[in-house]
Design a binder for this molecule. Structure first.
Ligand SMILES: [Zn+2]
Ligand SMILES: [Zn+2]
Length: 945
């Protein structure tokens, strides 16, 4: 029916045709609709121009043409279930459109679409049909304007102009707002394309078979719809058209499947070369090919628009389609990463028109391959779990007559609501734990005549999102949360790898490496998914049976350190022979009973089941302990020096320093700060024992232990006592308590281990809350060293001893202040002599002695002095103005003030700004001083009465 055009030519033809007719070619907007939070993805050409139709945006053109990238894979418009099953559906597609914003209307739009289809693309005229709107209810007038325009087209069969009702031919943006009739163009593909041939069905335009195909929709926006159903004509009428690109390409290339157009040729070739299938074999099992080509195309465009595989929202969609493509790959024997190879063909096909693909090529390849590898690590375990759930489901009593028979061919069965259905929450667990997206679980279930409850999955997903939103943000790798880790815990408990309390937590003996020298790696989580192993540089979360790493609490920060594989021994043969190392940078309690080491693989390839040693960074931990014990001493000292009301209001215990906030109404005096610092250092020198005892909360409170306001404590609490006497019995805190607090932190054995305590700053943290920052031990030494060095440097510059530096500085300051006085007096003398010289320049204006003088290098005080001098010389009939730099002083004698001359007016009169009393004013002046001063006599003349 037409010469064979390539897809790229067809797209260009469309754009060129409308550009020739005065349209501006507009690039596609991103798949991520900016500023439209109601949409997950751009899903039609309309999205880009919505605000123009609503009247809230204006474009510099009134005619536009574009090819818009669209995704329909989530939300109301979701074509995913049909993708792969048939030849016409896609998750990603292009929408060709021409647009009139209050410019041309039906006549032109219809004529141009007829011309493009029949003349440019030579589609036989007798194959085409046009539909127009005729209201079923009769409340909106029939669109005769469009029908007449169609009937006027050269060579159209007038019997091919048909009318349809609201469902087919009326368009509205929403419940209210812009709307109007539309007019569609359909093509008759011939009897051979009738998929219901021989069966009774409604054949024809908008019928039930595939013989008639809608090609192009022209929407004529002419009404505004109100809530009461009233339609009002819009002052500006618009045209919005949409033609499915893949569809027109299939028609013009004369193929019976969008997937047989040249848009997909290269992708299919890549796949065929990988599987070794002949074309005939491929077409016999076409579904996996269709799904992979479609999904890789979508993924490439998504990644180019910045949407990479992940756990939520758009990123979930990207993850799901990549994983689904990978799974369909395994159905045709592709078990190694292969998606990047298909993507290369996609980029070659589309990269000229959509340059973002070429620009993002490395990111596209990288993301696809990484996601395939991640999925491959868990898919088997996940699928095995799913199979167990599905066989349980099948074993349940169920009316087999209602179930569908298992389908094993390439068809993707459509949902059957009678099918036994897997609980959606269970499907969600499969996703959370094994990264098996809902859509894949559903594919697998349906292949066996079963189904998965989507509403339940979404419900579980929502709860999960809420739970992660409220959880601890630190150390999160992609938003996994409590439920995910609770699932891991359950699994490990079932395998007897963990007891009922989960991971054993004993940070108090954390530095005792021997306790943690032979631990089994129970689980690895990479990028938020369970993994059997991790690679070099992978961010990883590690679960061990027990840990000595402290988890941030009570202001004390996480421990860091290393988890290292053990060399092979007779015990762990076949284990971590290769040697690997994970650097632990943080900790978190991921779920009740689940403690996770957060880190990065810095050597080798850790695997689940390997034996390892977990080593807390002991030096860093020791620094933290010094700061924590010192915090308790500081708390005590503040109570002594200030009052019992100086209660703790927050703290940070880090390896480098400590920060302590406490209630106190005003800044501490230097003396108070010094007393606090001295008191802490005396407690350090006293070498007091620090005793940790666990007891009941009641007992601790009765004994007067300090508890933090607002903190929740359990029945039993850990107490830290610093004793004034030596311990009588091991494990007893009997004796005079210097300090007594409820605290879960890690502490020294004796206070002397703190070494030294230096307050670095005292400041305000909030209203009524003061903050002290201090250093201890090595931090204190570093600070002392640094300060000494500065002092030595100052002494050298001052050519004196360290002790005499303050004396020298005092003497220097005296010297400087004397010099300043001397300089000021010299300047005043100079000003005075300039003034004296200037007195000869006095002019007489209406009997008033007027002087305007520039005095170099004088300050305001000097100028005021000159004003006094002037009034001494001219106690009557005087007006003077002195300028130095930007500063202006004006003075007027009392009698002259009475004649209407005010000092401030003199300043503003010459172009300056300022004011003051009538006889003396100060201000500023910008610009040329001489020119300004020349105006002065005139100002006086105008003002003087
Ligand atoms: Zn038919
Ligand atoms: Zn503490």
């Amino acid at each position: 029916m037409s010469k064979k055009l390539t897809g790229n030519q067809i797209r260009q033809d469309f754009i060129d045709f409308f550009v020739e007719h005065g349209h501006t070619a507009v690039p596609s907007m991103s798949l991520v609709p900016g500023g439209d939070s109601t949409l997950l993805f751009t899903n039609s050409g309309m999205v880009q121009f919505k605000d123009v139709f609503l009247g809230t945006d204006k474009k510099p053109y009134t005619r536009a043409v574009d090819s818009q990238k669209c995704m329909r894979v989530a939300g109301k418009h979701n074509d995913l279930e049909d993708v792969g099953r048939d030849d016409t559906h896609h998750t990603f597609f292009e929408m060709l459109g021409n647009w009139s914003f209050g410019d041309y209307y039906k006549k032109e739009a219809i004529a141009w679409s007829w011309q493009l289809l029949t003349e440019v693309w030579s589609i036989p005229k007798d194959k085409l049909y046009a539909t127009c709107f005729e209201d079923d209810s009769g409340s909106v007038p029939r669109d005769d304007e469009a029908a007449d325009a169609w009937k006027a087209q050269p060579g159209i069969n007038p019997d091919h102009v048909l009318f349809f009702g609201r469902k087919e031919n009326f368009w509205q943006m929403a419940e209210t707002g812009p709307c109007g009739p539309c007019s569609e163009i359909h093509i008759d593909l011939g009897e051979e394309r009738d998929n219901l041939r021989g069966q009774p069905h409604r054949c024809g335009v908008n019928g039930e078979c595939t013989r008639f195909l809608e090609l192009w929709n022209n929407v004529f926006i002419q009404y505004n719809l109100f809530d009461d159903g009233r339609l009002e004509p819009l002052p500006q009428k618009h045209v919005d058209t949409g033609m499915g690109f893949e569809r027109i390409v299939a028609v013009l290339q004369g193929v019976d499947s969008n997937y047989k157009t040249d848009l997909f040729t290269a992708s299919l070739e890549v796949l065929r070369s990988l599987t070794g299938h002949s074309e005939k074999e491929m077409l016999a099992d076409f579904t996996p090919y269709r799904v992979i080509c479609d999904h890789v195309r979508s993924a490439a465009f998504l990644i180019a628009d910045g949407v990479v595989p992940g756990n939520a929202g758009r990123n979930y969609v990207a993850r799901m389609i990549v994983r689904r493509a990978a799974r369909f790959g395994s159905k045709i024997g592709l078990n190694e990463p292969f998606l990047a190879k298909v993507a290369e063909a996609v980029i070659a096909q589309y990269g000229d028109f959509y340059p973002e693909l070429k620009k993002s090529q490395p990111a596209i390849f990288d993301n696809l391959t990484r996601e395939e590898i991640r999925f491959a690590r868990t898919v088997e375990a996940g699928t095995a779990h799913l199979q167990n759930l599905l066989s349980d489901l099948r074993a349940q009593p169920f009316d087999q007559a209602q179930g569908k028979s298992p389908i094993t061919n390439d068809q993707l069965p459509i949902t059957n609501h009678q099918s036994p259905t897997l609980d959606g929450h269970k499907a969600f667990d499969l996703y959370a734990t094994y990264g098996l997206p809902f859509e894949i679980s559903r594919d697998i279930a349906r292949e066996q005549g079963l189904d998965v409850d989507e509403a339940g999955f979404n419900d579980a997903k929502e709860r999960h999102a809420k739970a992660s939103g409220g959880g601890k943000a630190m150390g999160k790798l992609g938003g996994e949360d409590a439920e995910f880790f609770a699932g891991i815990l359950k699994d490990l408990q079932a395998k007897k790898k963990l007891g009922k309390d989960g991971v054993e937590y004993d940070p108090y003996n954390g530095a005792d490496i021997s306790r943690y020298s032979n631990l089994e790696v129970l689980a690895l989580v990479v990028n938020g998914q369970l993994a059997e192993s991790a690679e070099l540089d992978d961010p990883v979360e590690v679960i061990l049976p027990k840990t000595g790493f402290y988890i941030e609490a009570g202001g004390q920060v996480d421990d860091t350190g290393y988890i290292k594989s053990l060399p092979p021994t007779s015990e762990n043969l076949g284990g971590a022979g290769g040697g690997w190392e994970i650097e632990v940078t943080g900790m978190r309690r991921a779920s009740a009973g689940v403690i996770v080491h957060i880190g990065t693989v810095i050597a080798g390839q850790p695997k689940v089941g390997d034996k390892a040693a977990a080593e807390v960074d002991a030096t860093r931990r020791h620094d933290i302990m010094r700061n924590h014990t010192a915090t308790h001493l500081l708390h005590k000292a503040l109570h002594e020096v200030l009052s019992d009301q100086a209660k703790q209001a927050g703290s940070l215990v880090a390896p480098t320093h400590l920060r302590f906030d406490f209630n106190h109404p005003e800044a501490l005096t230097p003396e108070q700060i010094e007393r606090v610092e001295r008191m802490v250092n005396e407690a350090v020198a006293a070498d007091m024992p620090v005793v940790k005892v666990t007891k009941s909360l009641d007992e601790a409170k009765k004994e007067g232990a300090m508890a933090l306001f607002g903190e929740k404590y359990g029945e039993t609490v850990r107490t830290i006592s610093i004793l004034e006497t030596n311990v009588s019995d091991v494990g007893s805190d009997a004796g005079n308590k210097y300090s007594y607090e409820l605290c879960g932190g890690t502490h020294l054995e004796r206070t002397s281990d703190i070494g030294a305590f230096i307050i670095v700053s005292e400041s305000s943290a909030a209203a009524g809350v003061r903050r002290i920052e201090a250093v201890t031990g090595r931090g204190a030494y570093d600070l002392i060293h640094k300060r000494f060095k500065a002092l030595k440097h100052a002494a050298a510059l001052l050519k004196t001893s360290l002790d005499d530096v303050p004396l020298r500085v005092d003497a220097l300051q005296d010297e400087v202040s004397d010099l300043k006085k001397e300089l000021a007096s010299l300047r005043a003398q100079t000003a005075l002599s300039t003034f004296t010289l200037q007195l000869s320049n006095i002019q007489t204006v209406k009997d008033i002695n007027v002087l305007g003088a520039e005095i170099p290098n004088a300050d305001a005080d000097t100028l005021r002095l000159l004003a006094d001098k002037f009034r001494e010389k001219h106690p009557k009939n005087g007006a003077a103005l002195f300028v130095s730099g930007n500063t202006v002083i004006a003075t007027v004698t009392e009698d002259a003030v009475k004649r209407g001359i005010k000092a401030g007016d003199l300043i503003t009169g010459i172009g300056g700004r300022g004011g003051g009393r009538p006889n003396l004013a100060q201000g500023s002046l910008n610009g040329d001083i001489r020119q300004a001063l020349e105006k002065l006599p005139k100002v006086v003349e105008e003002k003087a009465t």
